[in-house]
Design a binder for this molecule. Sequence first.
Ligand code: ZN
Length: 320
Amino acid sequence: MRLTLSTFVALAALPAAGAPLLETPVDCNIGDNCYIQNYVDHNSASGYLDFTCGPLSYDGHKGTDFALPTYAAMEQGVNVLASAAGVVKGTRDGMKDQILTKENAAQIEGRDCGNGVVIDHGQGWETQYCHLKQGSVQVAKGDKVEAGHILGQIGLSGRTQFPHLHISVRQGGRVVDPFFPSQDADRCGEPRDAMWADPLQYEAGGLIRTGFETGIPDYSDVKSGAAGDAEIATDAPALVVFAFGFGSRSDDIVDITITGPTGNVMSQSVTLEKVQAQYFRAVGKRTPAQGWPKGTYTGIVTLSRDGEVLDQSTTSVMVK
Ligand SMILES: [Zn+2]
């Protein structure tokens, strides 16, 4: 009896039959020029938990969000790739790339996915790709695709506030988290049987982008990619380093150090207060009366949690 029971439990924990092995669905380097912002919600009650029981999700989220650091990166074009072989079940294109606002919400209603593609992998398995760039969809209903086939490009269509690919994995209509395809929607914390062909690292927060500016930049310019100078005049009003990050938790520490041709310019430590999907901080120093010594300035941004370095980024600027 005991043997029968444990056998049954072991079988129930296996992914369902015919589960496809998934290739990474975006043509960028995760942790380098793109990152994972949100995972499937593993808390069916109100509130949210990602598969590690961390906060990188939101209530009712049914997929994984592969995000780009700026709109500029989206405009340059990053391909969305079929994660496994299959047949295209449906597509949509023609929706505008725009950030969700109160004003355009009604126009997006019922088309939350934006421009997208659904692929049927057989045995009830399908993947759906959302928020593709307007005019980028390159496949049509009925097309046979292999893993890695270009479907379109990462965009900003549908219900979204940052450029990213949302991919949903489903089996028989049920949402499956490719990082933790547990049969129990409320389990988290002990991931196993991930469906990725190349294991994807869980990053519990990190730096999206850092740069120099001559003052505190507007958050919209940080997100668009407009913020960040390669050259700054010696008599600019100030020398500022900004840090754009994701997945903050309370008591995370952002250390920013600026050094120049004559040594340390400033060091400042900023403590983050709460869980936030995205945030930005900037510190700097007013320009001295005689101007900054000309040369290369380097900013080092270090993000730490519980005494351990989570991420570090170096940025530089030429003062002339
Ligand atoms: Zn999503």
